[in-house]
Design a protein around this ligand. Structure first.
Ligand code: SF4
Ligand code: SF4
Length: 417
C-alpha cells in the first residue's frame, strides 16, 4: 500500500487521490464520499462530517479517510476480533482496521450493542445520560435502532470499552446480544399506545429477556436465536420476516364491530368506499353487505388486519385474545429467505402462568434445536432440513390443522424482496 501514514502530520490524507496536506481544515478532502451528499436522501456522510467537525475527534476523520480509500480501491478494510467486558462473552462488535499503518486514526472502531427498552421508547433523561457517556468514551455516533433492535454505539477503542460499559451499566443500561446466543429482542409499542395490541407484549418481552439474559451475554448455542414481539398481526416489528421466534398478538373469536361507528364511517365516505376500500380488499371475502349493513364471517377471517386498519374506530380485535408463535423467519443463509411457519396457532397470554408456560415451551424448542441443529444453522433451517414432523415430535406437540407452513396474505407486510 502506497503512502503509509507515519501519524506525524495530523490530518494529512493518505487516500492516494486527493493530494491534500490536510492542514487547512480538520477534515481531509473526500471527493468520492462527497458525491453521496448530493442525492435526494439524507446522507450519512453529511452527518458523519458534521459530527467530526463539531467534536474534532480524530477517530471520525480517520474513518472518513479510510472509507474514501475503500471507495477508491473498491475494498473493505475492517476485520473482526474479540472485545468484551468483564463477565460477558458478547455485546461488542469489533472493527479493527486492516490498514492501520495507513490510517492510524481509524485503527479501531468497535460497536457497543445496547439493549433497547421494550417498545423502543425512552425518556429524555435516559437518552441524555446515554449520549453524555457515549460522547465521553466513544465517537458520539449512535444508530437508533439497528436492524438487530439494539441501540448501536458506533466507534470506540478497546481500552475504553470497560469504563464506558461500567458507566452505562450504572445508569441501568446493558449490552445486547451477539454471536451464537439469544439475540436482542424487539417489541412494538403494544398496549403502551396502540389500540390493536392483543397481549402485553412489553411485559412478555421483559420476562423473556430476564429469563434468557445468561444466553444473551454468554453465547452457548449452535447459532443465533431472536425473538420479536408484535402486539397484533400488523407486525410492526417485522417479526415474521426477521426473527426465529415471532410472537404475534391475535384473537380467536369475531372482530368487534361498533355499529354506530360503522354507520358514521359510511355516512362520511359513502357505501362505495366501504365496498372498494374494505370489502373488496378482504383476502378471504369474509366481509359482505347485508341490507346496507356490514357483516363479517368470523370463521373466514384470517386476521390480515386490513379492515381494522381502514376502520379503526369501527372495528377492533376480538375479545378472546392471545398470541400465535411463528418460527423460522430469517434473511438469506443456507436455504434462502424464510418467513416463519405458524407453529402455535393460539396461546393465551394473560397471566404469569401463561408466560411461564410460554417460556417452558421455548426452552423445549431450544433444547431440541441444540441437539438437532448443525453448527451455524438457524432454527428455521434445522426444521426445513429435518422436516416439520420430526420437529413437532421433538418438542412433543401434535400436528394441528391450524398450523400453516407460511403466513397467509397480509397486505401490510413490508416486503424487502
Ligand atoms: Fe400496534 Fe399491532 Fe403495530 Fe404493535 S404491531 S404497534 S399492536 S399495530
Ligand atoms: Fe377480512 Fe382481513 Fe378483515 Fe379478517 S381482518 S375480515 S381477513 S379484511
Amino acid at each position: 500500500m502506497d503512502g503509509a501514514n507515519d501519524g506525524a502530520s495530523k490530518g494529512a490524507c493518505n487516500c492516494g487521490g486527493c493530494g491534500s496536506d490536510g492542514n487547512d481544515k480538520f477534515l481531509n478532502p473526500t471527493p468520492m464520499l462527497d458525491e453521496l451528499e448530493s442525492g435526494p436522501w439524507p446522507s450519512f456522510v453529511s452527518g458523519f462530517k458534521d459530527m467530526a467537525e463539531r467534536t474534532k475527534k480524530p477517530m471520525l476523520r480517520g474513518v472518513l479517510d479510510q472509507l474514501e480509500y475503500s471507495y477508491n480501491t473498491k475494498m473493505g478494510y475492517w476485520k473482526g476480533g474479540l472485545v468484551t467486558v468483564d463477565g460477558y462473552g458478547a455485546g461488542v462488535i469489533t472493527r479493527y482496521s486492516m490498514i492501520k499503518d495507513k490510517f492510524p486514526e481509524a485503527a479501531e472502531f468497535h460497536t457497543m450493542r445496547i439493549q433497547p427498552a421494550p417498545g423502543l421508547h425512552y425518556n429524555t433523561d435516559m437518552l441524555r445520560e446515554l449520549c453524555d457517556i457515549w460522547e465521553k468514551h466513544g465517537s458520539g455516533i449512535i444508530t437508533l435502532h439497528g436492524q438487530t433492535g439494539d441501540i448501536m454505539l458506533q466507534g470506540i477503542e478497546q481500552d475504553k470499552v470497560q469504563e464506558c460499559f461500567d458507566e452505562l451499566n450504572e445508569k441501568g443500561w446493558d449490552l445486547g446480544g451477539a454471536g451464537a446466543g439469544m439475540r436482542t429482542g424487539v417489541s412494538c409499542i403494544g398496549p403502551g399506545r396502540c389500540e390493536n395490541a392483543c397481549y402485553d407484549n412489553l411485559k412478555l418481552h421483559l420476562k423473556a429477556l430476564k429469563h434468557f439474559v445468561g444466553q444473551v451475554h454468554r453465547p452457548e448455542w449452535n447459532y443465533k436465536l431472536k425473538f420479536k414481539f408484535s402486539g397484533c398481526p400488523n407486525d410492526c416489528t417485522n417479526a415474521i420476516m426477521r426473527s426465529d421466534l415471532a410472537v404475534i398478538g391475535t384473537w380467536k373469536d369475531a372482530i368487534q364491530v361498533d355499529r354506530d361507528e360503522v354507520r358514521s364511517w359510511i355516512e362520511e365516505r359513502g357505501i362505495d368506499a366501504l365496498v372498494n376500500q374494505v370489502i373488496n380488499h378482504c383476502p378471504t371475502k369474509a366481509i359482505s353487505l347485508n341490507d346496507g349493513d356490514m357483516v363479517i364471517e368470523a370463521r373466514d377471517c384470517v386476521r390480515c388486519m386490513h379492515c381494522l386498519n381502514v376502520m379503526p374506530k369501527a372495528l377492533s380485535p376480538g375479545r378472546e385474545r392471545g398470541i400465535s408463535l411463528l418460527m423460522g423467519g430469517k434473511n438469506t443463509l443456507k436455504v434462502g429467505v424464510n418467513m416463519g411457519s405458524l407453529i402455535v396457532p393460539f396461546m393465551k397470554m394473560e397471566s404469569d402462568e401463561d408466560i411461564e408456560e410460554f417460556l417452558e415451551l421455548i426452552e423445549e424448542i431450544i433444547d431440541w434445536w441444540d441437539d438437532a441443529g448443525l453448527d451455524h444453522e438457524r432454527i428455521g433451517e434445522t426444521i426445513e432440513r429435518v422436516g416439520l414432523k420430526q420437529f413437532l415430535e421433538g418438542i412433543g406437540r401434535e400436528a394441528d390443522i391450524n398450523m400453516v407452513s407460511r403466513p397467509r396474505d397480509n397486505p401490510y407486510f413490508k416486503a424487502k424482496y
